[in-house]
Design a protein around this ligand. Structure first.
Ligand SMILES: Cc1ncc(COP(=O)(O)O)c(C=O)c1O
Length: 379
Protein backbone atom coordinates (compact mmCIF):
# COMPACT_ATOMS: atom_id res chain seq x y z
CA UNK A 1 0.00 0.00 0.00
CA UNK A 2 1.31 3.41 -0.95
CA UNK A 3 1.10 4.85 2.58
CA UNK A 4 2.55 8.27 3.46
CA UNK A 5 1.66 8.61 7.17
CA UNK A 6 4.04 11.56 7.56
CA UNK A 7 2.24 13.49 4.82
CA UNK A 8 -0.88 15.46 5.64
CA UNK A 9 -3.06 16.79 2.87
CA UNK A 10 -5.20 19.67 4.16
CA UNK A 11 -8.55 20.32 2.55
CA UNK A 12 -7.45 23.75 1.33
CA UNK A 13 -4.69 26.14 2.24
CA UNK A 14 -3.99 29.57 0.72
CA UNK A 15 -1.58 29.96 -2.17
CA UNK A 16 0.53 33.13 -2.03
CA UNK A 17 3.00 32.83 -4.82
CA UNK A 18 3.30 36.33 -6.26
CA UNK A 19 4.21 39.74 -4.84
CA UNK A 20 2.06 39.38 -1.69
CA UNK A 21 4.98 39.71 0.75
CA UNK A 22 6.51 42.60 -1.17
CA UNK A 23 3.27 44.63 -1.29
CA UNK A 24 2.23 43.85 2.30
CA UNK A 25 5.70 44.77 3.52
CA UNK A 26 5.47 48.04 1.63
CA UNK A 27 2.12 48.80 3.30
CA UNK A 28 3.67 48.06 6.71
CA UNK A 29 6.85 50.00 6.10
CA UNK A 30 5.04 53.07 4.82
CA UNK A 31 2.58 52.98 7.72
CA UNK A 32 -0.50 52.74 5.46
CA UNK A 33 -2.20 49.93 7.33
CA UNK A 34 -5.78 51.16 7.72
CA UNK A 35 -8.30 51.59 4.91
CA UNK A 36 -6.55 54.57 3.34
CA UNK A 37 -3.72 53.76 0.99
CA UNK A 38 -2.91 53.03 -2.60
CA UNK A 39 -3.41 49.26 -2.43
CA UNK A 40 -7.12 49.64 -1.63
CA UNK A 41 -7.69 51.74 -4.74
CA UNK A 42 -5.42 49.62 -6.92
CA UNK A 43 -6.93 46.33 -5.75
CA UNK A 44 -10.48 47.59 -6.32
CA UNK A 45 -9.63 48.79 -9.83
CA UNK A 46 -7.69 45.63 -10.73
CA UNK A 47 -10.34 43.20 -9.50
CA UNK A 48 -13.21 45.13 -11.13
CA UNK A 49 -11.25 45.11 -14.39
CA UNK A 50 -10.61 41.38 -14.04
CA UNK A 51 -14.36 40.83 -13.67
CA UNK A 52 -15.06 43.08 -16.67
CA UNK A 53 -16.96 45.81 -14.79
CA UNK A 54 -16.25 49.43 -13.89
CA UNK A 55 -16.63 49.57 -10.12
CA UNK A 56 -15.23 47.57 -7.21
CA UNK A 57 -15.86 48.44 -3.56
CA UNK A 58 -13.71 46.48 -1.13
CA UNK A 59 -14.99 45.32 2.27
CA UNK A 60 -13.69 43.26 5.16
CA UNK A 61 -15.33 39.90 4.28
CA UNK A 62 -17.73 38.21 1.89
CA UNK A 63 -20.66 38.10 4.29
CA UNK A 64 -20.76 41.87 4.66
CA UNK A 65 -20.25 42.24 0.90
CA UNK A 66 -23.64 40.55 0.43
CA UNK A 67 -25.21 42.69 3.15
CA UNK A 68 -23.79 45.86 1.63
CA UNK A 69 -25.16 44.96 -1.82
CA UNK A 70 -28.63 44.34 -0.37
CA UNK A 71 -28.57 47.52 1.71
CA UNK A 72 -27.38 49.63 -1.23
CA UNK A 73 -30.31 48.32 -3.28
CA UNK A 74 -32.69 49.41 -0.51
CA UNK A 75 -33.79 45.88 0.41
CA UNK A 76 -35.16 45.68 3.95
CA UNK A 77 -38.02 44.82 6.27
CA UNK A 78 -41.02 43.22 4.60
CA UNK A 79 -39.05 42.24 1.47
CA UNK A 80 -38.18 38.73 0.31
CA UNK A 81 -35.05 37.52 -1.43
CA UNK A 82 -34.87 34.18 -3.23
CA UNK A 83 -31.72 32.23 -2.43
CA UNK A 84 -30.55 28.64 -2.88
CA UNK A 85 -31.26 26.21 -0.06
CA UNK A 86 -27.86 24.61 -0.74
CA UNK A 87 -25.45 27.38 0.22
CA UNK A 88 -23.30 28.63 3.06
CA UNK A 89 -25.18 30.32 5.91
CA UNK A 90 -23.73 33.76 5.02
CA UNK A 91 -26.05 34.03 1.99
CA UNK A 92 -29.13 33.77 4.21
CA UNK A 93 -27.69 35.64 7.18
CA UNK A 94 -26.94 38.71 5.07
CA UNK A 95 -30.57 38.82 3.95
CA UNK A 96 -31.72 38.54 7.58
CA UNK A 97 -29.40 41.43 8.59
CA UNK A 98 -31.43 43.76 6.36
CA UNK A 99 -34.74 42.74 7.97
CA UNK A 100 -35.81 40.96 4.75
CA UNK A 101 -36.72 37.27 4.59
CA UNK A 102 -34.79 34.65 2.59
CA UNK A 103 -36.92 32.21 0.57
CA UNK A 104 -35.22 28.94 -0.33
CA UNK A 105 -35.08 27.07 -3.64
CA UNK A 106 -33.80 23.49 -3.83
CA UNK A 107 -30.64 22.58 -5.73
CA UNK A 108 -30.61 21.25 -9.26
CA UNK A 109 -29.69 17.55 -9.15
CA UNK A 110 -27.12 17.91 -11.95
CA UNK A 111 -25.28 21.19 -11.24
CA UNK A 112 -26.08 21.53 -7.48
CA UNK A 113 -26.82 25.23 -8.08
CA UNK A 114 -30.23 26.75 -7.37
CA UNK A 115 -32.79 24.97 -9.58
CA UNK A 116 -33.94 27.74 -11.92
CA UNK A 117 -37.14 25.82 -12.75
CA UNK A 118 -38.28 26.23 -9.14
CA UNK A 119 -37.55 29.93 -8.68
CA UNK A 120 -40.81 31.30 -10.05
CA UNK A 121 -42.88 29.33 -7.53
CA UNK A 122 -41.14 31.32 -4.79
CA UNK A 123 -41.92 34.76 -6.25
CA UNK A 124 -44.54 36.80 -4.33
CA UNK A 125 -45.55 40.47 -4.28
CA UNK A 126 -42.83 40.97 -1.64
CA UNK A 127 -39.97 39.51 -3.66
CA UNK A 128 -37.31 42.10 -4.44
CA UNK A 129 -34.34 40.06 -5.64
CA UNK A 130 -32.97 36.71 -6.73
CA UNK A 131 -29.59 35.81 -5.29
CA UNK A 132 -27.93 33.01 -7.27
CA UNK A 133 -24.80 31.45 -5.76
CA UNK A 134 -22.20 29.96 -8.09
CA UNK A 135 -21.65 26.92 -5.91
CA UNK A 136 -18.07 25.61 -5.75
CA UNK A 137 -17.12 27.84 -8.70
CA UNK A 138 -19.84 26.81 -11.16
CA UNK A 139 -21.92 29.75 -12.48
CA UNK A 140 -25.71 29.43 -12.53
CA UNK A 141 -27.95 29.48 -15.57
CA UNK A 142 -27.91 33.29 -15.63
CA UNK A 143 -29.99 33.71 -18.80
CA UNK A 144 -32.91 31.92 -17.14
CA UNK A 145 -32.45 33.95 -13.95
CA UNK A 146 -32.26 37.22 -15.89
CA UNK A 147 -35.44 36.41 -17.78
CA UNK A 148 -37.29 35.77 -14.52
CA UNK A 149 -35.89 38.93 -12.96
CA UNK A 150 -37.02 41.03 -15.91
CA UNK A 151 -40.46 39.43 -15.92
CA UNK A 152 -41.02 40.12 -12.20
CA UNK A 153 -38.97 43.38 -11.91
CA UNK A 154 -36.44 41.92 -9.51
CA UNK A 155 -32.80 42.69 -8.84
CA UNK A 156 -30.19 39.99 -9.42
CA UNK A 157 -27.47 39.93 -6.75
CA UNK A 158 -24.91 37.24 -7.33
CA UNK A 159 -23.16 35.66 -4.35
CA UNK A 160 -19.93 34.80 -6.17
CA UNK A 161 -17.97 34.13 -2.98
CA UNK A 162 -16.72 30.88 -4.52
CA UNK A 163 -16.32 31.70 -8.20
CA UNK A 164 -13.58 34.25 -8.92
CA UNK A 165 -12.80 34.14 -12.62
CA UNK A 166 -15.66 31.79 -13.53
CA UNK A 167 -17.49 32.56 -16.75
CA UNK A 168 -20.95 32.25 -18.23
CA UNK A 169 -21.28 32.70 -22.00
CA UNK A 170 -17.93 34.49 -22.11
CA UNK A 171 -18.59 36.94 -19.26
CA UNK A 172 -17.03 36.59 -15.84
CA UNK A 173 -18.93 36.35 -12.57
CA UNK A 174 -19.07 39.93 -11.41
CA UNK A 175 -20.46 40.99 -14.78
CA UNK A 176 -23.52 38.72 -14.73
CA UNK A 177 -25.81 40.49 -12.26
CA UNK A 178 -26.85 43.97 -11.09
CA UNK A 179 -24.30 43.62 -8.34
CA UNK A 180 -22.02 40.78 -7.23
CA UNK A 181 -20.46 39.95 -3.88
CA UNK A 182 -17.12 38.15 -3.55
CA UNK A 183 -15.26 36.67 -0.57
CA UNK A 184 -11.47 36.63 -0.27
CA UNK A 185 -11.37 34.24 2.70
CA UNK A 186 -8.16 32.20 3.01
CA UNK A 187 -9.48 29.13 1.18
CA UNK A 188 -10.84 31.02 -1.84
CA UNK A 189 -9.28 30.95 -5.30
CA UNK A 190 -8.15 34.53 -4.67
CA UNK A 191 -7.57 35.55 -1.07
CA UNK A 192 -6.68 38.43 1.21
CA UNK A 193 -6.94 36.28 4.37
CA UNK A 194 -10.24 37.90 5.30
CA UNK A 195 -11.85 40.21 2.79
CA UNK A 196 -14.57 40.81 0.25
CA UNK A 197 -15.70 43.08 -2.56
CA UNK A 198 -18.85 44.12 -4.34
CA UNK A 199 -18.55 44.85 -8.04
CA UNK A 200 -21.04 46.45 -10.40
CA UNK A 201 -21.30 48.43 -13.61
CA UNK A 202 -23.79 50.81 -11.99
CA UNK A 203 -21.97 53.96 -10.89
CA UNK A 204 -24.74 55.18 -8.61
CA UNK A 205 -25.07 51.80 -6.90
CA UNK A 206 -21.30 51.63 -6.39
CA UNK A 207 -21.48 55.10 -4.82
CA UNK A 208 -24.17 53.94 -2.39
CA UNK A 209 -21.97 50.96 -1.46
CA UNK A 210 -19.04 53.32 -0.76
CA UNK A 211 -21.31 55.53 1.32
CA UNK A 212 -22.79 52.70 3.42
CA UNK A 213 -19.52 50.83 3.90
CA UNK A 214 -17.96 53.83 5.64
CA UNK A 215 -20.62 54.69 8.22
CA UNK A 216 -22.38 56.98 5.73
CA UNK A 217 -19.73 59.64 5.91
CA UNK A 218 -20.57 61.92 2.95
CA UNK A 219 -18.55 60.90 -0.11
CA UNK A 220 -17.67 64.50 -0.93
CA UNK A 221 -17.33 67.78 0.91
CA UNK A 222 -15.96 68.62 4.33
CA UNK A 223 -16.36 66.21 7.24
CA UNK A 224 -18.65 67.70 9.84
CA UNK A 225 -19.53 64.42 11.54
CA UNK A 226 -23.20 64.78 10.68
CA UNK A 227 -24.64 61.50 9.30
CA UNK A 228 -27.90 61.35 7.34
CA UNK A 229 -28.11 57.55 7.45
CA UNK A 230 -26.95 54.66 9.59
CA UNK A 231 -24.06 52.95 7.82
CA UNK A 232 -21.58 50.21 8.59
CA UNK A 233 -17.84 50.04 9.07
CA UNK A 234 -17.07 47.39 6.46
CA UNK A 235 -13.74 48.87 5.30
CA UNK A 236 -10.89 46.67 4.06
CA UNK A 237 -7.39 47.57 5.27
CA UNK A 238 -4.60 48.58 2.92
CA UNK A 239 -2.62 45.63 4.29
CA UNK A 240 -5.27 43.16 3.11
CA UNK A 241 -5.66 44.97 -0.19
CA UNK A 242 -1.90 44.69 -0.76
CA UNK A 243 -2.25 40.89 -0.63
CA UNK A 244 -5.32 41.13 -2.87
CA UNK A 245 -3.54 43.12 -5.56
CA UNK A 246 -0.75 40.55 -5.74
CA UNK A 247 -3.38 37.79 -6.01
CA UNK A 248 -5.25 39.48 -8.87
CA UNK A 249 -1.99 39.81 -10.78
CA UNK A 250 -1.84 35.99 -10.76
CA UNK A 251 -5.55 35.35 -11.09
CA UNK A 252 -5.41 33.40 -14.35
CA UNK A 253 -2.57 31.22 -13.12
CA UNK A 254 -4.36 30.42 -9.86
CA UNK A 255 -7.59 29.71 -11.73
CA UNK A 256 -5.81 27.26 -14.02
CA UNK A 257 -4.43 25.39 -11.01
CA UNK A 258 -7.90 24.84 -9.53
CA UNK A 259 -9.24 23.73 -12.89
CA UNK A 260 -6.35 21.30 -13.31
CA UNK A 261 -7.16 19.78 -9.88
CA UNK A 262 -10.73 19.14 -10.98
CA UNK A 263 -9.62 17.55 -14.25
CA UNK A 264 -7.29 15.19 -12.39
CA UNK A 265 -9.95 14.17 -9.88
CA UNK A 266 -12.40 13.43 -12.68
CA UNK A 267 -9.86 11.48 -14.73
CA UNK A 268 -8.93 9.35 -11.72
CA UNK A 269 -12.39 8.80 -10.25
CA UNK A 270 -14.74 8.76 -13.22
CA UNK A 271 -14.72 4.99 -13.41
CA UNK A 272 -15.45 4.48 -9.69
CA UNK A 273 -19.04 3.38 -9.15
CA UNK A 274 -21.06 5.50 -6.76
CA UNK A 275 -19.11 8.76 -7.05
CA UNK A 276 -21.11 11.65 -8.44
CA UNK A 277 -19.55 14.95 -9.52
CA UNK A 278 -21.63 18.10 -10.13
CA UNK A 279 -22.05 18.90 -13.82
CA UNK A 280 -20.90 22.21 -15.26
CA UNK A 281 -23.75 24.57 -16.17
CA UNK A 282 -24.27 24.75 -19.94
CA UNK A 283 -22.28 27.69 -21.34
CA UNK A 284 -20.25 28.08 -18.14
CA UNK A 285 -16.58 27.89 -17.26
CA UNK A 286 -16.46 26.29 -13.82
CA UNK A 287 -13.39 27.35 -11.80
CA UNK A 288 -13.74 24.51 -9.26
CA UNK A 289 -13.08 26.35 -6.01
CA UNK A 290 -13.69 23.05 -4.22
CA UNK A 291 -13.78 19.51 -5.50
CA UNK A 292 -16.94 18.12 -4.00
CA UNK A 293 -18.38 14.66 -4.59
CA UNK A 294 -21.63 12.99 -3.67
CA UNK A 295 -21.62 9.28 -2.82
CA UNK A 296 -24.21 6.73 -3.70
CA UNK A 297 -23.37 4.51 -0.69
CA UNK A 298 -24.89 1.37 -2.22
CA UNK A 299 -22.86 1.33 -5.40
CA UNK A 300 -19.75 2.79 -3.74
CA UNK A 301 -19.85 0.16 -1.01
CA UNK A 302 -19.29 2.59 1.90
CA UNK A 303 -21.15 5.58 3.21
CA UNK A 304 -19.81 9.13 3.28
CA UNK A 305 -18.72 9.04 6.94
CA UNK A 306 -16.85 5.77 6.41
CA UNK A 307 -15.03 7.24 3.44
CA UNK A 308 -14.12 10.39 5.40
CA UNK A 309 -12.67 8.38 8.28
CA UNK A 310 -10.76 6.13 5.86
CA UNK A 311 -9.19 9.20 4.25
CA UNK A 312 -8.54 10.75 7.65
CA UNK A 313 -6.50 7.68 8.67
CA UNK A 314 -4.17 8.50 5.76
CA UNK A 315 -3.82 12.17 6.75
CA UNK A 316 -6.25 13.33 4.07
CA UNK A 317 -8.51 16.10 5.29
CA UNK A 318 -12.08 16.34 3.99
CA UNK A 319 -15.16 18.36 4.97
CA UNK A 320 -18.90 17.89 5.03
CA UNK A 321 -20.92 19.83 2.47
CA UNK A 322 -23.32 22.59 3.53
CA UNK A 323 -26.44 21.76 5.52
CA UNK A 324 -29.47 23.20 3.72
CA UNK A 325 -30.92 26.51 4.85
CA UNK A 326 -34.22 24.79 5.71
CA UNK A 327 -32.35 22.82 8.40
CA UNK A 328 -30.94 25.87 10.15
CA UNK A 329 -32.35 26.52 13.64
CA UNK A 330 -31.17 30.15 13.43
CA UNK A 331 -33.32 30.77 10.36
CA UNK A 332 -36.36 29.06 11.93
CA UNK A 333 -35.88 31.29 14.99
CA UNK A 334 -36.13 34.44 12.90
CA UNK A 335 -39.32 33.23 11.21
CA UNK A 336 -38.10 31.85 7.86
CA UNK A 337 -40.38 29.27 6.29
CA UNK A 338 -38.35 26.06 6.58
CA UNK A 339 -41.29 23.71 6.04
CA UNK A 340 -40.73 22.82 2.37
CA UNK A 341 -39.10 19.72 0.93
CA UNK A 342 -35.55 20.07 -0.41
CA UNK A 343 -34.64 16.53 -1.42
CA UNK A 344 -31.64 17.38 -3.61
CA UNK A 345 -30.02 19.53 -0.93
CA UNK A 346 -30.74 16.83 1.66
CA UNK A 347 -28.98 14.21 -0.46
CA UNK A 348 -25.95 16.47 -0.84
CA UNK A 349 -25.86 17.23 2.88
CA UNK A 350 -26.08 13.57 3.80
CA UNK A 351 -23.84 12.03 1.15
CA UNK A 352 -21.46 14.77 0.06
CA UNK A 353 -17.93 15.75 0.99
CA UNK A 354 -15.14 18.06 -0.13
CA UNK A 355 -11.84 16.58 -1.21
CA UNK A 356 -8.54 18.45 -0.84
CA UNK A 357 -8.65 21.34 -3.29
CA UNK A 358 -5.78 23.80 -2.72
CA UNK A 359 -4.17 25.43 -5.75
CA UNK A 360 -0.81 24.05 -4.59
CA UNK A 361 -1.79 20.35 -4.71
CA UNK A 362 0.54 18.27 -6.84
CA UNK A 363 -0.58 15.68 -9.33
CA UNK A 364 0.94 13.09 -7.00
CA UNK A 365 -1.19 14.37 -4.08
CA UNK A 366 -4.36 14.01 -6.12
CA UNK A 367 -3.45 10.54 -7.35
CA UNK A 368 -2.73 9.55 -3.74
CA UNK A 369 -6.16 10.78 -2.59
CA UNK A 370 -7.87 8.99 -5.48
CA UNK A 371 -6.06 5.71 -4.79
CA UNK A 372 -7.24 5.86 -1.16
CA UNK A 373 -10.81 6.48 -2.37
CA UNK A 374 -10.64 3.55 -4.77
CA UNK A 375 -9.33 1.21 -2.10
CA UNK A 376 -12.15 2.33 0.25
CA UNK A 377 -14.69 1.37 -2.39
CA UNK A 378 -13.09 -2.03 -2.91
CA UNK A 379 -12.40 -2.84 0.76
C1 LIG B 1 -21.42 30.98 -0.87
C2 LIG B 1 -20.74 31.82 0.17
N1 LIG B 1 -21.26 33.02 0.47
C3 LIG B 1 -20.69 33.82 1.37
C4 LIG B 1 -19.54 33.46 2.04
C5 LIG B 1 -19.00 34.36 3.10
O1 LIG B 1 -17.72 34.83 2.90
P1 LIG B 1 -16.80 35.24 4.14
O2 LIG B 1 -16.38 34.00 4.84
O3 LIG B 1 -15.66 35.98 3.51
O4 LIG B 1 -17.62 36.14 5.02
C6 LIG B 1 -18.93 32.24 1.74
C7 LIG B 1 -17.68 31.86 2.40
O5 LIG B 1 -17.16 30.81 2.36
C8 LIG B 1 -19.56 31.38 0.78
O6 LIG B 1 -19.03 30.19 0.47
Amino acid sequence: MNSRPDKKIPVCQPFLNGREVEYATDALQTGWISSSGKYVTEFEAAFAKYCGVHHGVSVCNGTVAIHLALAALGIGKGDEVIIPDFTMIATAAAVVYTGATPVFVDADAATWNMDVKQIEAGVTSRTKAIMPVSIFGNPCDMDAIDALARKHHLFVIEDAAESHGAEYKGKKTGALADITAFSFFANKNLTTGEGGMVVTDDKELAGRCRYFKNLCFPLTGARNYIHEDIGFNYRMSNLHAAIGLAQVEKADEYRAMRMRNAKLYKENLNSVAGIIFPQDTAGALNVHWMNAIQLDPESFGKDRDQLMSHLHSFGIETRLLFAGMHRQPCLKKVGCDCSGAYPVTDRLTENGLYLPSASSLTEQDIRYVCERIKEASRG
